[in-house]
Design a protein around this ligand. Structure first.
Ligand code: NAI
Ligand code: MG
Length: 365
């Protein structure tokens, strides 16, 4: 059988710096664990604009649609701030998400014990935390029509429409239940069915998908405002949370900060499964291109490395190898390895991007 293909789009700023460490780790899995990927590299964002005058070349788009998974670094930078909207680096990213139809956005909030002091919550509330927010990404109030600012009598009115079809809810619910089966078989769905019809439909469809096809998964429902309270009160009660685009935007940012630095946060965006059951997928760190530290060897590569671990688990069914990589990250943090963004008030000497890659590779060995 052919090796699975991995398309790497390193992008701009610290994107290529952190991706460099990931490619070393991919090589390690090829050599030591016999996990071979056909790795391709291409351009996105400002790098693609510089080369082709567009933030995503059509050929790159075609390669992304064919790849088994896309791994993206980051896009953007001050050099591109004055470009026309349609040429901005972010447009490359948006085009990938749209044309791959990545409707399910996975944002883990995972707290490594060694970093529990970084949380804004008490360390005991977050130590060992490992939850996953599944946010619907392609519909809801950010896309619903009508939308706009209209004249009404002698004043203006701003309008957005929260809109979900049954099939849109159905597919993101399935994606959450599938994930739950690869984790701890537990899903909490959040909406506001008490005040929104779209929430009533959301709750009905999620329950129906559960009852028909995933009765083995434990399902609960919660109003999203209560969910926000529970997330900061006792986050460890959750495993997988599934919610709409707007609530997911807010709840995922909130959950992410339970665990500390931006340099630690991975993400995945999944689409429809193909013939062999593998979803279209793009994996990327949550952080941006960090122009303030670009070229200084200061970037923390862990967010991007953990994004690759997510690819191993959710695209390639190598949950055991994903765990191996996550354990290696956990070990180096426990041993005190810190890039500059992870320095506490007590100070110390930070290690570089490459040195962080070195110690993680050593921990893997
Ligand atoms: P940013 O995430 O790039 O940086 C925010 C702060 O966090 C900076 O101080 C940066 O040095 C630090 N930081 C980020 N990642 C880090 C890492 N791995 N290790 C250590 N420190 C890290 O967000 P910002 O500054 O708002 O945006 C910079 C550029 O990135 C802009 O052009 C923006 O449009 C773009 N951006 C791109 C994203 C993407 O590609 N998905 C997401 C967010 C922003
Ligand atoms: Mg947000």
């Amino acid at each position: 059988m052919a090796n699975p293909t991995l398309l790497i789009l390193a992008g701009d700023g610290i994107g290529p710096e952190v991706m460099n460490e990931v490619t070393r780790i991919i090589d390690w899995f090829g050599e030591k664990r016999d996990l071979k990927f056909d790795v391709e590299h291409d351009l996105v964002g400002g790098a693609a604009y510089d080369a082709h005058g567009t933030p995503l070349h059509d050929d790159t788009m075609a390669r992304a649609l064919e790849a088994d998974a896309v791994l993206l670094g980051a896009v953007g930078g001050p050099k591109y701030d004055d470009l026309d909207f349609s040429l901005k680096p972010e447009r490359g990213l948006l085009r990938l998400r749209k044309e791959m139809d990545l409707f399910s956005n996975l944002r883990p909030a995972q707290c490594f014990d060694a970093l529990a002091d970084f949380s804004s919550l008490k360390p005991e509330l977050v130590a060992g935390l490992d939850i996953m927010i599944v946010r619907e990404l392609t519909s809801g109030v950010y896309f619903g029509e009508p939308r706009g600012i209209f004249e009404e009598g002698n004043e203006r009115v701003g309008v957005n429409t929260q809109r979900y079809t049954e099939s849109e809810i159905d597919r993101v619910a399935r994606s959450a239940f599938e994930l739950a089966r690869k984790r701890n078989n537990k899903v909490c769905s959040m909406e506001k069915a008490n005040v929104m019809e779209s929430g009533i439909l959301w709750r009905e469809v999620v329950q129906k998908v559960h009852d028909e096809d995933y009765p083995d998964v434990e399902l609960s429902h919660m109003y999203a405002d209560n969910g926000a309270m529970q997330l900061v009160r006792a986050p460890k009660q959750f495993d997988v949370i599934v919610t709409d685009n707007l609530f997911g935007d807010i709840l995922s940012d909130c959950a992410a900060m339970l665990t500390g630095s931006l340099g630690m946060l991975p993400s995945a965006s999944l689409g429809a499964p193909n013939a062999d059951g593998r979803p279209k997928a793009m994996y990327e760190p949550v952080h941006g291109s960090a122009p303030d530290i670009t070229g200084q060897g200061k970037a923390n590569p862990i967010a991007c490395i953990l994004s690759f671990a997510m690819a191993l688990r959710y695209s390639f069914d190598h949950g055991d190898e994903a765990t191996r990589l996550e354990k290696a990250v956990e070990k180096v943090l426990a041993d005190g390895a810190r890039t500059a963004d992870l320095m506490g008030p007590e100070g110390g000497t930070p290690i570089s991007t490459t040195e962080m890659g070195d110690v993680i590779l050593a921990a893997l060995d």
